[in-house]
Design a protein around this ligand. Sequence first.
Ligand code: HPA
Length: 246
Amino acid sequence: MSQLLAIIGGSGFAELPEFELISRHEIETPFGSPSAPVMDGLLNGCRILLLPRHGLAHQFAPHKINYRANLWALHSLGCSRIIAVAAVGGIHLDCAPGKLVLPDQLIDYTWGRESSFFSDQFSADRHIDFTWPYDEALRNELMNAAQLCELEIRPAGTYGATQGPRLETAAEIARLARDGCDLVGMTGMPEAVLARELNLPYACCAVVANYAAGLSDKTLSMSEIERTLAGSMEQVYRLINCYTQR
Ligand code: HPA
């Protein structure tokens, strides 16, 4: 199949209503096991692959996810593009809880994560171009799909990838804001760069779960974050439905 979409689901995105499961792939990769078996099935008659980034029981913290195994597994199944769904904190005032954003840039603040397939067999040509970390054509297709289904989506933004699993301090968020980050999340890297190393078009549908630390009077609570995400997932389903029906 020439066009096979994979969706990497994040916190709050456990399943896709109307997804018809055909098979589950238990895959071992040269980099170990992915977070879960890859689900293979149909959405609106369109074959897609689904992988829950944090595992079926949400057992992998952001810094413990085997990103290399996840990306390798999808690639080995013939995937040709990836939509990553990711919960984030909003930094820019436009990025209020409940909003969807399609980031076009990122800044990586993570550390100690395996961030290349070539770590052990490096050569000069492995310094890949990453000027624009998200695939422009895929972002445009998603923006068109959002327009078709009359969904409001912020068409750009800079994603700051932090290490987690704790949330940030107010000073860290102030620094990210000064750096130009509009959003903060814990899983955006190395996922995006590993997709690029495999030449897989990759875009991120970020779902704002909360205002980032220090930007509202409220103490951040997981139950509130989960409530907001649950309310926004319907929009993500609509977007993906529309995208697969084009
Ligand atoms: N910070 C980092 N990651 C997140 C946040 C946040 O505030 N909310 C959801 N994921």
